[in-house]
Write a protein that binds this ligand. Structure first.
Ligand code: ATP
Length: 403
């Protein structure tokens, strides 16, 4: 890591702490390595990213079913998937260490050992039959979920990049074997689009060579991002073949074949899996957005976040705090916008310049100021975060302006 980039990482971590995005977990007890808490703005950002993913990958489509499965599953799931035997990392002394978190379920002699799921994907595979029986989908179709995953990483590091508890957005797309390349390409495109939509700059795609692929994969593309600490995996797209359905079918004794009404064939579908880590996405978004420049002769820091994911869409200020007529007009505009968008802030603290800086640092695209003229002409000043430019806009046009 160059000094400049190390510096950048420190600046991002410090901004996240100071401005209420991300804190070390249980910090007052000295923290816990590999665990993090999201503060108000971090939680908003994370939530906006998840909602956008859900819209793009699930709810805007006709062929994807959402699901929410349990974190602790029958331990046989992990025997069948291969995680119990192969999901390990080498320790310093060369010994292998399985990174699944063990937990004990039930009391006394009845207790069984199970695991916190290391990926959400298996929840989709074990519900393949339920989904078919409930919805009778035609191939190709997918099952998707967003949820927590846990890995007892030997050395968690690089802030939220490699943690022990994190979230995934995963989709298992079931296809006929002969079609796998076509749909692999389609999901590749969807992932590229999503990267652009959330403002991640410079994603590099790596076609993973066979010796580096997971045991179940016949083709994997890693989406890599230039984090301040180096080029690292952000997301993965894998062709998982029919490995998982076959393995679960064999182990559970449940038939997981699909009956193709069109051809009268029974077949085990093959799977294309876009897998995206939420936390790594948040960090890539923050690293892409972090900007330092000079505005009006002053140095400033701002997050150039796209408005579709910014924690605050707009902030509303009365020019002066001690003028009740300005405050009440500003509250009126604030409430009108809050009803429409939700994530609108009101701030009457300190001088306007200071309020702008604060909103710049959390990435708010627009600030709206109510001044004495507003009281007579029903117009406000709206300031653009990136250029600092200001224009007068009618209150009636604000909703449209912020869309
Ligand atoms: P790595 O090689 O960096 O350990 P991986 O190849 O094991 O990652 P996958 O098993 O493909 O990761 O998991 C899918 C996605 O989940 C990753 O692309 C990443 O976004 C996210 N992810 C995996 N491990 C972690 C972790 N420890 N902390 C945060 N996110 C993670």
């Amino acid at each position: 890591m160059t000094e400049k980039n190390g510096d950048l990482m420190e600046k991002i971590v410090s901004l996240c702490k100071r401005r209420g995005f991300i804190y070390p977990s249980s910090e007052i007890y000295g923290g816990m390595s590999g665990f993090w808490d999201y503060g108000h703005y971090g939680n908003e950002l994370l939530d906006n990213i998840k909602k956008l993913w859900w819209r793009n990958f699930v709810s805007s489509r006709e062929d994807i079913y959402g699901i929410r499965t349990s974190i602790v599953m029958n331990p046989q799931v992990w025997e069948a998937s291969g995680h119990a035997t192969t999901f390990d990392d080498p320790m310093e002394d060369g010994q292998r260490f399985n990174v699944m978190f063990k937990t004990s379920v039930g009391a006394g002699e009845e207790a069984t050992t199970s695991y916190l799921r290391p990926e959400t994907a298996q929840g989709m595979f074990v519900n393949f039959k339920n989904t078919i029986d409930s919805f009778h989908p035609k191939l190709p179709f997918g099952i998707a979920q967003i949820g927590k995953a846990f890995r007892n990483e030997i050395s968690p590091r690089d802030f939220i990049f490699r943690s022990r508890e994190f979230e995934q957005m995963e989709l298992e797309y079931f296809v006929r074997e002969k079609d796998w390349e076509k749909y692999f390409q389609e999901w590749l495109e969807k992932m590229r689009e999503f990267g652009k939509e959330i403002g991640i700059t410079q994603i590099v795609e790596l076609d993973v060579p066979p010796e580096d692929r997971a045991h179940y994969s016949k083709r994997t593309i890693d989406f890599e991002f230039d984090y301040p600490f180096g080029r690292k995996e952000l997301w993965g797209l894998a062709y998982r073949t029919d490995y998982d359905l076959r393995a679960h079918s064999a182990r559970s004794g449940t038939d997981l074949e699909y009956f193709d009404e069109e051809t009268g064939d029974r077949l085990t579908p093959h799977v294309i899996e876009p897998s995206l880590g939420v936390d790594r996405t948040v960090l890539a978004v923050l690293a892409s957005a972090y900007t330092e420049d000079e505005l009006g002769g002053e140095k400033r820091v701002y997050l150039k976040l796209n408005k579709n994911i910014a924690p605050v869409r707009a902030a509303v200020f009365p020019l002066l705090k001690n003028k009740p007529e300005l405050v009440s007009k500003a509250r009126e505009v604030y409430l009108m916008l809050k009803k429409e968008f939700g994530n609108i802030e009101f701030d009457d603290n300190g001088n306007i310049g200071k309020r702008y800086r604060r909103q710049d640092e959390i990435g708010t695209p627009h600030c709206i100021t109510i001044d004495f003229d507003t009281l007579t002409d029903d117009m406000v000043t709206i300031r653009d975060r990136d250029t600092g430019e200001q224009e007068r806009v009618r209150i009636d046009d604000l909703k449209e302006k912020l869309q």
